[in-house]
Design a binder for this molecule. Structure first.
Ligand SMILES: [Zn+2]
Length: 90
């Protein structure tokens, strides 16, 4: 029987990046990984986003601000819905 390995059902690409962080002290978001899903991996391994290297921190912040803009659009949509449902406050 071969060596029993503890297998984590996690993204191998993200895991490699995190493993690399432990070895080199530098954390980068893999190109093919969505920053949001990478953040979830970091949460799982309890690695803070503040460990990201400058380049990828920048990438993540751009992603975040885009996500915030999307949220603003959704918030606007919801507001329109509310406006259409005129409340009767009598
Ligand atoms: Zn980077």
């Amino acid at each position: 029987m071969k060596t029993k390995k503890l297998f984590y059902q996690r993204s191998a690409t993200s895991f490699e990046a995190i493993l690399n962080f432990y070895q080199t002290g530098k954390l980068h978001i893999p190109n093919q990984v969505c920053p949001k899903s990478f953040k979830l991996e970091l949460d799982f391994w309890q690695v803070g986003m503040d460990n990201l290297d400058q380049c990828c921190l920048h990438k993540y912040l751009i992603f975040r601000s885009n996500a915030d803009i999307m949220d603003t659009f959704h918030a606007h949509d919801n507001k329109d819905d509310e406006d259409n449902n005129v409340e009767n406050t009598s």
